[in-house]
Write a protein that binds this ligand. Sequence first.
Ligand SMILES: NC(=O)c1ccc[n+]([C@@H]2O[C@H](COP(=O)([O-])OP(=O)(O)OC[C@H]3O[C@@H](n4cnc5c(N)ncnc54)[C@H](O)[C@@H]3O)[C@@H](O)[C@H]2O)c1
Length: 396
Amino acid sequence: MVIKPKVRGFVCVTAHPAGCAAHVQEWIDYVKAKGPVKNGPKKVLVIGSSTGYGLASRISAAFGSGAATIGVFFERPSEPDKTATPGWYNTAAFTTAAKKAGLYVKNFNGDAFSDQLKTDVLAAIKADLGQIDLVVYSLASPRRTHPKTGVVHKSCLKPVGQTYSNKTVDTDKGIVSTITIEPANEAEIADTKAVMGGEDWEMWINALDEAKLLAPGATSVAYSYIGPELTWPIYKNGTIGLAKNDLERAGKSINATLKTNGYGRAFISVNKALVTQASSAIPVVPLYISILYKIMKAKGSHEGCIEQIDRLFRTQMFGGTGLDFDDAGRVRIDDWEMKPDVQAEVAALWPEVTTENLAALTDIAGYRTEFLKLFGFGLPGIDYEADIDPHVELPA
Ligand SMILES: NC(=O)c1ccc[n+]([C@@H]2O[C@H](COP(=O)([O-])OP(=O)(O)OC[C@H]3O[C@@H](n4cnc5c(N)ncnc54)[C@H](O)[C@@H]3O)[C@@H](O)[C@H]2O)c1
């Protein structure tokens, strides 16, 4: 079938297998062109490995350090007449490329929050790899079925304690408007923490530790975001930010666990705001990203997921001068985004942007291009008029 993008609000309901493969190849080529990462990880578990920051982490580990990787993700497989979600095609392309490079690859498509999936992954580590030296926790999920209580928690993106009004953009239609969001109630705050907080990360590490599947000195990292004050009511001080505080709490407790295991470590890396499936669902943030991209591209400091994670691995985690912590003990690869000159320009443009001048004042075009790329559209060298089989199996 001929596969075209079908955008519905902030999701695209189709994905292009050859385009997704080309996108994955771009990221692999980026890492390979930089050469090997010295002292890089060798046996890596990535939880949330199929798109965004998790996929970038898996590619950085495999193609920067020759690592064996186990990937955990939750994607809809393709059917003979129906496209898969992009993470499925990304994983198929990654698996083919990594196997061709002689690397061990194992994939688990299922619910990372469940006990069963953890049991299955632990069994694979025991049987195939012995021990893991890096665990990347990069889940972004709208819901979690709690493995002990069976309760389904749904996360939400709301302010806490006060109503929030600010500009937002409908990225599909290009309309800038004011959005007003009522504050979350206590149950919504608790539910978001249950989904996006640190309990599940701790469950993974405790299960791995108890089964003695963590190599001495093993590292674990989870990703967070802070951003500028204009987004704080909906992000840093909102339901998601409170959940991220809990992720930080978990990071400290996991760090203590790993320290006793051959001087291992766990930490939070605060990453840059980027177009991913997760971030496109957050009100206000896509307009901020469109302005940020315009400014950072003009300054030559723009990065995508692969550039961010490659820099994290090469300059901090496995090379360079080691981990560079902020006052709260977090690694900041959002450093270029948060530079005062960048943020001063964002703050100056923010009140000026309207529907009429959106294209001129912001990089909404770049936002849309990046968004479609997430689904495999707009990649050079792909014939989007050609007939293509949507059904792709994950290589065994
Ligand atoms: N995108 C940004 O701007 C940004 C910035 C800083 C930090 N972060 C953080 O990075 C992390 C990853 O976010 P992203 O933007 O790369 O998201 P994403 O939507 O691209 O990726 C989410 C991943 O989680 C997997 N997943 C979701 N639910 C799952 C489940 N139940 N079981 C197994 N896998 C599941 C998906 O399959 C996918 O691999 C999040 O913690 C996010 O807060 C994102």
